[in-house]
Design a protein around this ligand. Sequence first.
Ligand SMILES: N=c1c2ncn([C@@H]3O[C@H](COP(=O)(O)OP(=O)(O)OP(=O)(O)O)[C@@H](O)[C@H]3O)c2ncn1[C@@H]1O[C@H](COP(=O)(O)O)[C@@H](O)[C@H]1O
Length: 104
Amino acid sequence: MSILTKLAATIEARKSADPDSSWTAKLLAKGPEKCAEKFGEEAIEAIIAAAKNDRENLTAEAADVLYHLLVMLAARDVALEDVLAELERREGTSGIAEKAARQP
Ligand SMILES: N=c1c2ncn([C@@H]3O[C@H](COP(=O)(O)OP(=O)(O)OP(=O)(O)O)[C@@H](O)[C@H]3O)c2ncn1[C@@H]1O[C@H](COP(=O)(O)O)[C@@H](O)[C@H]1O
């Protein structure tokens, strides 16, 4: 089991945990909008680290982004497996073909 899959399972379990015992449970209790906001904040911190070419900080911020992405997905009941399945569906298709398929 990959670390992302394990982390997603831990986050899912935190939905029924006491917010006083878990930072994840506390964040989930604040609702999906707050989870999305935190994801955005972490993404901006990663962008800043990348723009500054601060690779050490970018590594840490990227981990924060992945964690907060999983929390945001859990808050809206989107399964990590569905996201991974979407990536697998795209595997082997070129980015240009994918973009063309999304045109209205
Ligand atoms: N990977 C993470 C992880 N990454 C970041 N964070 C938390 O995300 C928060 C983000 O930092 P901020 O500075 O924005 O947070 P803050 O200032 O404390 O919060 P705000 O007051 O701004 O809301 C930190 O408090 C971190 O503890 C994480 N918290 C938990 N995990 C994983 O989730 C698991 C479950 O954690 P708990 O729910 O705490 O048991 C842990 O075992 C870890 O594997």
